[in-house]
Design a protein around this ligand. Structure first.
Ligand code: GSH
Length: 215
């Protein structure tokens, strides 16, 4: 069965899915969907017919398809169990999912492209105000993430094993760096990011290494 990922190189949500696919050793085809204002392929009929939510990522696995990165990550975890990206006990799995939600539900929706564009277009905020908004929500989440990750000791967010938490954290750090948010207060998160950056599965998922990257 062919696995196909509708993706955009700079999308943090698509980056999470690329990481999970790579960590599970799954081969997949990339279909690039440009989010650039001039193109906005995600808003065009062809893509909308596939994903009415008009967001990337969207995953197809044979005849099955779904959007929403968290649903995709959970689907991959159930469909391709080994290697698992969740811990063995339900308590530990809850902790990983809680961490993932703190990034994917509490930060990303406030900081994604359409929200930042809306702030500018509808409320006329300046670039500096937009960037302050962005940084505020990063700091809110990263303060807590730093505590959790420090308690777990590294090299990954939950200790010795890579989990879904890393597939959510690493793209959000990439994005925070893109927006030049100072990360000095988060040495453990930065160390995890650096460690993950040495692993081929993470390198292959990096935005700059995607077929549609503009670098
Ligand atoms: N909750 C969704 C969020 C997806 C999302 O916001 N994707 C962004 C890119 S990271 C997007 O498609 N943005 C298009 C837009 O904002 O118009 C998920 O986790 O998949």
């Amino acid at each position: 069965m062919t696995i196909r990922l509708y993706s955009y190189w700079r999308s943090t949500a698509a980056y999470r899915v690329r990481l999970a696919l790579n960590l599970k050793g799954l081969k997949y085809e990339t279909r690039s969907i440009s989010l650039l204002p001039g193109n906005a392929e995600h808003r065009q009929d062809a893509y909308r017919a596939r994903n009415p939510q008009m967001l990337v990522p969207y995953l197809e696995d044979g005849d099955f398809g779904t959007g929403q990165s968290q649903a995709i990550l959970e689907y991959l975890e159930e469909a391709y169990r080994e290697p698992s990206l969740l811990p063995a006990t339900r308590e530990d799995r809850a902790a990983v999912r809680s961490f993932c939600n703190s990034i994917c539900c509490d930060v990303h929706p406030l900081n994604n492209l359409r929200v930042l564009q809306y702030l500018k277009q509808e409320f006329g905020v300046s670039d500096a105000q937009r960037d302050a908004w962005y940084a505020h929500w990063i700091h809110e989440a990263f303060r807590a993430a730093e505590i959790t990750a420090s308690q777990n000791g590294g090299p990954f967010t939950f200790g010795e094993s890579v989990t879904l938490a890393d597939t959510c954290l690493v793209p959000q750090i990439y994005n925070a760096r893109r927006f030049k948010v100072p990360l000095d207060d988060y040495p453990q998160l930065v160390a995890i990011y650096a460690h993950c950056g040495t692993l081929p599965e993470f390198v292959a998922a990096e935005p700059d290494n995607q077929p549609d990257a503009v670098v």
